[in-house]
Design a protein around this ligand. Sequence first.
Ligand code: KG4
Length: 338
Amino acid sequence: MTIILGIESSCDDTSAAIICDGVICSNVVASQLVQDRYGGVVPELASRAHQQNIIPVVDQALKKANITKEELSAIAFTRGPGLLGSLLVGTSFAKGFSTALDIPLIDVNHLQAHVLAHFIKEDTEDTSQPKFPFLCLLVSGGNSQIIRINDFEKMEIIGQTIDDAAGEAFDKCAKVMGLPYPGGPVVDKLAKQGDADKFKFNKPRIANYDYSFSGLKTSFLYFLRDELKKDADFIEKNKEDLCASLQKTIVDILMDKLRLAAKDTQINEIAVAGGVSANSGLRNAFVDHAQKFGWNIHIPKFAYTTDNAAMVAITGYYKFLENDFCDKSVVPYARTSI
Ligand code: KG4
């Protein structure tokens, strides 16, 4: 049996997971509540919290999976992209642990891991994984991309944002409305009680399969500024409708390009990944598209939408099968593509 320990520490979640022959055995995540007080992630604080969390989190992941460290086949860790100080904690731990156990070390690209999260099996009977080739809409706080996946290691970005990411659009617009960080989940919750057609915001005109969200952010800001001049309580009175209309606009922008890409490539195997894939409006849009256009959709479990080590472990598992290991002198990278 191939048993992989995955370690994720790219941003503000310290996570460890065990995957046995592609099947999830444990996935432990320690989220750093310390960041909430500052309205965003403070890199220095994030690194320190990873230092505190990493050993207990790995220990719990092993215990929950009922695995001893001597049974591990390899250790996979997130090498980047992410915050360098945070990545260094996971990288150093993984190097030390793999050296001590004398087992291979596997470096994992965080973006690739988000996509391959769709291959995590819940049990040995689970056959819900996407078939190659498939398209994946990767939407998070730092990315908005349409990726064509030809194989586990063969991925091609066919469209991406030229400025802000979709998650950033949610977070920044939420901030303007005085909502707490991260704004995405709060907007999602309030949107459920609002009228999505109450306000109209401009959609960008961008070529090909690329995205742009900075214009929406600015028009949202100016719209609120103008309305607040007329009524100081405008946001408070219209919070739900504003959230619903904003969410509808972001989801429409995302789906318009994805639909175009699916049509042009004639691929109807379509997945979504990344933090924003938790959004209920986006999930509903996927279900609608499946019905209207015959898409075979793949929506991740909530636990695999935000940062988690299960996706790192599954990526490590497929790299392990290819003997794709890394050297102990490997260093993390803050920025990289798929
Ligand atoms: O992938 P992720 O956990 O982290 C990185 O980007 O590294 O994504 C975080 C992003 C944030 O912008 C957050 O607001 C957004 O995902 N997000 C959501 C929802 N849950 C998380 N956006 C909209 N609706 C949600 N339910």
